[in-house]
Design a protein around this ligand. Structure first.
Ligand code: AMP
Ligand code: FE
Ligand code: FE
Ligand code: ZN
Length: 282
């Protein structure tokens, strides 16, 4: 019924925002959040399509990639004011750095004998936020690899020979950016973050309100551990499928992670209070 982590063609998802909403409605979902990487471009058209489905609530969201020494941490932002000019300026900078990074990766791949073009990668991104899945797709269609997983394992994963970095915010920086845009920051897929406890208090001081605990691929023990962790810090345990669209025609994932309705309701009531407060001060 609830899925708070979904991607569209505005980043590296395969379905357009409108197609995603159609599928979510067909599957009987009640609350979904659109959370594209470094982009809110999918939200307006998702909301437009959702007008046909009064039983389906769309939460406008985002997923921001950040860097920590030795790894990556993603921060989701719910009920973000996606029309904020400051937010849009910041996101545009991130998307340009994604393009530069893709070019660097393409150059490294060329040196490894893999010839894919920037033009094709850009085309595959379809005007959305360019990501490594688009690079993987360009490699796949030319037969250099047989799956995205192989592209990440052999070439463009963090340790791969064609990996390139880009400038990213710190986790605290992403939390602040979301707060400034009126959103509610939630730590994404924290299951494999080492030293979670060392990071959380600082994120809470910056405005973190929740963390994902229900997530695609997490076993029952991991979910229980993360729910307990969330409770300990009084964070809302959130989650979703991190759906990126049908994989080789097989429809899996969307709405298939069971997220409590209560989590979405807590987010929604926090958001109402948050917006009242913002109105009061402005
Ligand atoms: P980027 O945002 O450009 O760093 O690319 C990260 C995205 O690549 C993630 O959001 C996933 O959609 C996808 N991804 C990450 N790791 C893998 C993997 N091992 N196999 C397939 N896709 C992956
Ligand atoms: Fe992704
Ligand atoms: Fe993520
Ligand atoms: Zn995601």
């Amino acid at each position: 019924m609830v899925d708070l982590h979904l991607h569209t063609t505005a980043s590296d998802g395969k379905l357009s925002p409108s197609q995603l909403v159609e599928r979510a409605a067909a599957r009987g979902l009640r609350i979904i959040a659109i959370t594209d990487h470094d982009s809110t471009e999918g939200i307006a058209s998702a909301l437009e399509t959702a007008r046909k489905y009064p039983q389906l609530t769309i939460i406008p969201g985002i997923e921001i990639s950040t860097d920590i020494p030795g790894g990556e941490v993603h921060v989701l932002g719910y009920f973000i004011d996606y029309e904020s000019p400051q937010l849009q300026r910041d996101l545009a900078v991130m998307r340009v750095s994604r393009e530069r990074r893709a070019l660097n990766m393409i150059n490294k791949l060329t040196k490894l004998g893999i010839n894919i073009t920037w033009e094709r990668v850009k085309e595959l991104a379809g005007g959305g936020s360019v990501g490594r899945p688009h690079v993987a797709e360009a490699m796949l269609e030319k037969g250099y690899i047989s799956s995205h997983a192989e592209a990440f394992a052999k070439y463009i994963g963090r340790e791969g020979p064609a990996y390139a970095e880009r400038e990213k915010l710190t986790p605290v920086g992403a939390v602040r950016l979301i707060v400034e845009a009126g959103g509610l920051p939630v730590l994404a897929h924290p299951g494999d973050i080492e030293n979670l406890d060392a990071m959380i208090p600082e994120l809470i001081s910056a405005g973190l309100v929740g963390m994902e605990a229900y997530y695609d691929g997490y076993d029952a023990d991991t979910v229980a551990r993360l729910v307990a962790e969330a409770q300990r810090y009084n964070l809302i345990p959130c989650g979703g499928s991190d759906y990126h669209g049908p994989d080789s025609g097989v429809e899996t994932g969307l709405g298939e992670v069971s997220v409590p309705m209560e989590s979405a309701e807590r987010l929604m009531s926090l958001s109402v209070r948050n917006h009242q407060k913002r109105r009061a001060v402005s």
